[in-house]
Design a binder for this molecule. Structure first.
Ligand SMILES: Nc1nc2c(c(=O)[nH]1)N[C@@H](CN(C=O)c1ccc(C(=O)N[C@@H](CCC(=O)O)C(=O)O)cc1)CN2
Length: 288
């Protein structure tokens, strides 16, 4: 239960070289700036010479305290070699959703957004098909149809980037079936989340359910990951599986997989939007 006094909730995410006393120094820095720490998570890769990761959630009296803390944070970060991200609850992230023809992951995100479970602005949905326009526009969200072919991919991406420019902080590929170019991805490092319909690293690329059926797996799954130039090999944010058996044909696998895809993607997006995820090389630390 938060204090009755109006405050703002902020989150500091940081990483830096491990050194004794740093957790105390960061805590004292925040308290000195009027922060009331409500949650503190940390992880170190190696107590001797590893990397330390922290997620600190805290309350501040007002925007003036936030601005002063942010202003002084750069100096402390420089002293400890920190990489950091500071956000507060009124800085609502703007999320664009990319889709193709399948609607289950899109509708899960829109339902959770409408119910307030996912806190974001959704300035647009972009698709290479027109199938989902009516569903999206029924939520009052602008829908942009940008067809893509091998011949038009570069032009389509340029048009897409122009639409997105200065309007989004996160892109979610909700079963979007086009491979994004390195040039496109470079505009949104660790800001594009994809749902791959397999339990990676199994069955990378297209048609994972067909590959799963041919392999005779007893578990299928889904993996939400940040998009990188290496197809389906970006930092994993969330995964889950569901049990199947010999009675499942490829169509049945797809139906069973839809449930796990939609919940895994929604969880990954929710964690990203609430600043629970740090990327470290090709891995993540999720302070859930
Ligand atoms: N640069 C990246 N782009 C995308 C990734 C990624 O990890 N890195 N994930 C995909 C989604 N995806 C699997 O989850 C996937 C989608 C599409 C394909 C594919 O072979 N697409 C063909 C076209 C297929 C079609 O036209 O229907 C292609 O792009 O040539 C493989 C994997 C989203 N993008």
């Amino acid at each position: 239960m938060r204090s009755s006094k109006a405050t703002i909730r902020a989150v500091l995410l940081l990483s830096c070289p491990e050194r004794p006393g740093i957790i105390s120094d960061v805590s004292n820095f925040l308290v000195k700036h009027g922060a009331n720490i409500v949650q503190f998570d940390q992880h170190t890769t190696d107590p001797q010479d590893g990397v330390l990761f922290m997620r600190i959630e805290f309350d501040l009296e007002d925007d003036r305290h936030f601005a002063k803390l942010k202003g002084n944070l750069a100096a402390m970060a420089g002293e400890y070699g920190m990489e950091w991200r500071l956000s507060h609850e009124r800085q609502t992230k703007r999320m664009a959703i990319f889709v193709s023809k399948m609607d289950h992951c899109l509708l899960e995100l829109l339902w959770r957004w409408k119910s307030g479970e996912i806190h974001a602005e959704i300035p647009m949905v972009i698709s290479n098909h027109n199938d989902l326009r009516e569903a999206v526009e029924s939520y009052g969200i602008p829908y942009y149809h940008i067809p893509v072919s091998a011949e038009t991919k570069e032009e389509a991406e340029a048009k897409t980037l122009e639409l997105l420019k200065d309007k989004v902080d996160l892109i979610v590929l909700a079963r979007y079936m086009q491979i994004l170019s390195p040039a496109f991805i470079s505009h949104y490092p660790d800001q594009i989340i994809n749902i791959h319909h397999s339990f990676l690293p199994a069955f990378i690329g297209a048609n994972p359910y067909r590959k799963a059926f041919e392999r005779g797996v007893k578990l299928i799954g889904a993996t939400a990951h940040y998009v990188t130039n290496d197809l389906d090999e970006g930092p994993i944010i969330e995964q889950d599986v569901v049990r199947v058996n010999h009675r499942y044909n490829e169509a049945a696998l797809k139906i069973a997989g839809r449930q796990v895809e939609r919940s895994v993607l929604a969880q990954a997006v929710a964690w990203h939007l609430k600043d629970h995820v740090l990327v470290y090389g090709n891995k993540t630390i999720v302070f859930a």
